[in-house]
Design a protein around this ligand. Structure first.
Ligand SMILES: [Zn+2]
Ligand SMILES: [Zn+2]
Length: 129
């Protein structure tokens, strides 16, 4: 079976794998607004390069720079919040929510698809603050 892809492995088993361009960083303890308490974030990483594909729906972005002009880039297809290069992110061990980790401030939630749907259902506009 000859597979002449572009070096892409479809559907990496397990969801823990980070796409390339992210550097793992030290886990820490931070405030999770979903759990409403301090939780361990054992999986943290620093985004090194702009995403060229959505981590949620897999849409490939032709010109990621276009989204990254906005302060809060989102996937045009599914609305997933995209990680910014130079920013650190982490996942709450308690509820598996993704946060942007900001030194000296409460981590900012990056709601996943399910959480976004939930918020839409309740008519709550999500704000990064
Ligand atoms: Zn998407
Ligand atoms: Zn949590």
């Amino acid at each position: 079976m000859a597979l002449f892809g572009r070096g892409e492995k479809p559907g990496t088993a397990g969801s823990a794998a980070q796409p390339s361009g992210a550097n793992p960083t030290m886990g820490r303890r931070a405030f999770c607004r979903i759990c409403n308490d301090y939780r361990n974030f054992s999986k943290c990483w620093l985004r090194a390069v702009p995403l060229n594909r959505c981590m949620c729906c897999g849409t490939v972005f032709d010109s990621p720079a276009k989204f990254y002009q906005r302060s809060l880039p989102v996937c045009p297809k599914c609305g997933e919040y995209l990680e910014h290069p130079g920013f650190e992110y982490g996942v709450c061990d308690g509820c598996n929510s993704k946060f942007e980790l900001v030194g000296g401030a409460k981590p900012g939630l990056l709601p996943n698809r399910k959480q976004r749907e939930e918020m839409n259902r309740h008519g709550k506009a999500w704000s990064p603050d």
